[in-house]
Design a protein around this ligand. Sequence first.
Ligand SMILES: *[C@@H]1O[C@H](CO)[C@@H](O)[C@H](O)[C@H]1NC(C)=O
Length: 284
Amino acid sequence: MAMLIASLLALSSFLATAHGGNFYKDCTVTWGDGRGKIINSRLVTLSLDRYSGSGFESKNEYLFGKLEMQIKLIPGNSAGTVTTFYLSSQGPTHDEIDFEFLGNVSGQPYILHTNVFTQGKGNREQQFYLWFDPTRNFHTYSITWNPQHIIFAVDGIPIRDFKNLEWRGVAFPKNQPMKVYSTLWNADDWATMGGAVKADWTKAPFTAAFRNFNADACIWSAGTSRCSSGKSRASSPAKKAWWNEELDAKKYRRMRWVQRKYMIYNYCSDRMRFPRRPRECRRH
Ligand SMILES: *[C@@H]1O[C@H](CO)[C@@H](O)[C@H](O)[C@H]1NC(C)=O
């Protein structure tokens, strides 16, 4: 009996972790001619040299979910490089939710660049410095996308909350399924100090690592959406958590702390670009 219980416990913990992603099962390296490598079920590396970058994407398309990736960024001189983790749909009126990491020369800070496109319209950049060195260890970057919010979080700390303000006439992504993408590419015409600092190819190849992809999400297939709760009872509390997620007072305070201390650009307050405040930025 004890053995049975022990093996059931072992099985249930296996199932719980199997619920986390598996790169072989969930993702495909789509470009880079060998520069993108699935090392094992939990680890992928992407590299960049002067000839090409690389990238992978999820096999599934998702319509709402909590998508999570642990990333360890290029150490040392990463000037001119951009590492990304984003969601995107297809077509000219696509939706997109972006994390982009703009590299820098050794010892200088990366910029975490975020954006939200709805119906093909972006121009909603917010940029941050990080409160840690993102090249020393893996850190968790997540996008919680439910019908009311898109919450960007770093190590569980929310940094941005794009709300559903359709009632104010702001489009919100809710009909177009999106895949997850991660890429590493050369953007030395704009990424580092506005393009002033170029990539140092003598340091190539540049390599970033991605670990523990997790999609607690509704999978879109043949016109219908199957949520993680549909498959097993075990994951339904998890679905409930992200489906209803919003910022409570404590999380809101943490987000405001990050924004006050680490936000370096906010389109909402860029009066040169937007003499009229974008609708989603107006107070009400
Ligand atoms: C790179 O470092 C410079 C100097 O500290 C800083 O101004 C800039 O924001 C940093 N990040 C990027 C991506 O340029």
